[in-house]
Write a protein that binds this ligand. Structure first.
Ligand code: DAH
Length: 338
């Protein structure tokens, strides 16, 4: 009987289940009601004397080996993953697919690198902010209609706490804590109470910029932003500044870059030849004063841009929701090492 047990053990050692049907055959042959194991246990009943102990042990080992082998192959077939080859050390390892950087991170890093070349350093601030840093210090008085443009999420359990609607709040924190000259960019996530559509989302990302020193002029702003636009979109890029309004800058402007269609007309620029990419302006003296900086001695400019928008223009992405869906088919198309 011991010989039989050992022979079956050998058979099992070289067994491989290529599919569920083969595994089921294995189960019936060895573990089924009339299978080898039950037959052996029947025979075992007749054994008496010294051999009983040894054969009993052998039978129990066989039983464990059979059920372990069955479970292992069942697990492999159900999950589609190969069973770890415990006894084949020459088998190639399982490969782990490499991920890629998110398009928002790629563009954020690119923006940071461009301003890094102009000597700008990076600052960050909290996403949960107070009214002062998001609105009041930036010249948005309570009840001012400009606040309506940036409806946000309020935290009821913590009065005076809001999710920041723009990275301009970090400007305030920087000016409150760093003495001029200041030359910084501030990337980060922002939140607005917006209906989600192809063009807007309640979560998105911005990069804020701030330059404060003695006698900074609008010409410096223009030159800096033109450098940025050409580095980002190519050296033939033109910029256009249109007068606009922000409570914290005076004068204020929106900056457009020329569309690659050269005004011939395309869907992206809606046949205007221009694409709006950011807001900017000279920091309002009130804001400087709110942050403890002497407006008679210092002046400066600020700008803010949406990363999603710039990435949409660069990568021709048509729907902002794609950034947040985590669909690998979308994400794996971005291979930049930036
Ligand atoms: N914070 C503005 C927004 O989210 C963008 C902006 C405009 C930032 C002008 C600035 C600026 O720093 O000077 O709409």
């Amino acid at each position: 009987m011991l010989d039989k047990i050992n022979r079956i053990k050998e058979e099992i050692g070289s067994f491989k289940a290529a599919g569920h049907a083969e595994l089921e055959e294995f189960r019936i042959k060895y573990l089924g009601r009339k299978g080898h194991l039950n037959v052996l246990f029947e025979e075992f009943k007749a054994i008496v004397g010294e051999q009983k102990k040894e054969i009993g042990q052998g039978l129990n080992e066989l039983k464990t080996l059979l059920s372990d082998t069955y479970d292992r192959f069942k697990g492999e077939l159900d999950s589609g993953l190969p069973v770890a080859a415990s006894n084949d050390l020459t088998r190639p390892g399982d490969s782990i697919p490499l991920g890629s950087r998110h398009p928002i991170s790629i563009i954020r890093n690119e923006i940071s690198a461009i301003f890094g070349r102009l000597g700008y350093t990076i600052a960050e601030g909290p996403e949960i902010e107070d009214d002062w840093h998001v609105f009041s210090a930036l010249n948005f008085p309570p009840e001012h209609p400009a606040r309506d443009m940036q409806d946000t999420f309020f935290i009821t359990k913590q009065p005076d706490s809001v999710l920041r609607t723009h990275t301009s709040s970090v400007q305030v924190r920087v000016m409150e804590s760093v003495p001029p000259p200041i030359r910084m960019i501030m990337p980060g996530r922002v939140f607005r109470n917006e209906v989600i559509s192809a063009r807007s989302h309640c979560i998105f990302h911005q990069v804020e910029g701030l330059y404060i020193a003695e006698s900074v002029s609008f010409a410096d702003l223009k030159q800096t932003l033109m450098f940025f636009a050409r580095e980002m979109f190519g050296e033939k890029t033109q910029i256009r500044l249109r007068p606009s309004f922000f409570p914290f800058t005076e004068p204020s402007a929106e900056m457009d870059v020329s569309c690659t269609c050269n005004g011939k007309g395309c869907n992206l620029c809606k046949h205007t030849g221009w694409l709006e990419i950011m807001g900017c302006g000279m920091v309002d003296p009130n804001v400087l004063e709110n942050c403890g900086i002497d407006p008679d001695k210092y002046s400066g400019f600020a700008f803010g841009m949406g990363i999603e928008r710039i990435a949409m223009l660069k990568f021709e992405i048509r729907d902002i929701r794609m950034y947040f869906e985590n669909d690998v088919r979308f994400l794996k198309q971005f291979t930049s090492s930036f």
